[in-house]
Write a protein that binds this ligand. Structure first.
Ligand code: MG
Ligand code: MG
Length: 250
């Protein structure tokens, strides 16, 4: 499997784009309240893309019609923003990609709308913990399967499921590059991480069973059993020092 390696200069550009993305997501996270629509968040994202002189990676990607994916409750990924009104207690995942000076970065956050019950918060925190534990172990010399395995373990320990049909991925000049990064797998398997790899790691988890289906809009993926789902994601660079998160604020 050919996994493109990036120079430190190229990673530095991705980091600039990644910081823009972090700013966009933190703004959208604060804007996400009961009573507003997911379409409003997309409009807000577009204003920020203009402000930061960056382009949305998702808009037009295989025909996707918006700059963010907004997935609510049982929607797993690829929710199309529109006139859906967010309600108190909803769980919203906002996924966004930035294309900046020729390079993509990809990140997602999950935010509770208003006050959610503790079980929902614990579910959301489990996805965040899975991502953090994967990033913590990512360094040159470890097999990719270790990342998959630690995500799966962190999620299963809490009794939740990981979706098998949707994966993380390499990222760079293209939004999706090799390797695929499943959220389940065997420790010790897969390609060995090397400095210069840039990876979008994205635990995608459900409160019930792991099975998903695509709705008739051909985009929105939902859980088959109607259980809650969420996704969190960062783009990282593998460096000699370990993993550097590119999609975070300074
Ligand atoms: Mg994403
Ligand atoms: Mg991604």
């Amino acid at each position: 499997m050919f996994i493109p390696l990036k120079t430190s200069a190229q990673i530095a550009i991705m980091q600039k784009g990644g910081r823009i993305l972090a700013n966009i997501l933190s703004t959208l996270g604060k804007e996400a309240k009961a009573g507003i629509t997911t379409g409003y968040l997309n409009k807000k994202a577009d204003e920020l893309f203009t402000l930061y002189k960056a382009e949305p990676s998702f808009k037009g990607y295989r025909g996707f019609p918006a700059s963010i994916c907004a997935s609510v409750n049982d929607e797993v990924v690829h929710g199309i923003p529109g006139d859906r009104i967010l309600c108190e207690g909803d769980l919203l995942t906002i996924d966004c990609g930035v294309y900046y000076q020729g390079w993509h970065t990809d990140s997602a956050i999950t935010v509770p709308i208003g006050i959610c019950n503790v079980e929902i918060i614990s579910f959301m925190k489990t996805a965040e913990k899975a991502l953090a534990s994967a990033i913590k172990i990512a360094r040159p010399g470890i097999p990719l399967g270790d990342i998959s395995a630690i995500i799966e373990k962190t999620v299963h320990e809490k009794g939740y499921s990981v979706v098998h049909d949707l994966t993380g991925h390499g990222i760079g000049e293209k939004l999706h590059e090799p390797p695929q990064i499943p959220n389940f797998g065997k420790k010790g398997s897969g390609p060995i991480l090397k400095p210069g790899m840039t990876l979008a790691i994205e635990p995608i988890i459900t409160m019930g069973k792991r099975f998903v289906e695509t709705k008739s809009d051909n985009w929105t993926v939902v859980t088959k059993d109607g259980s809650l789902a969420c996704q969190v994601e960062h783009t990282i660079a593998v460096t000699e020092r370990g993993a550097e998160i590119l999609t975070k604020n300074l």
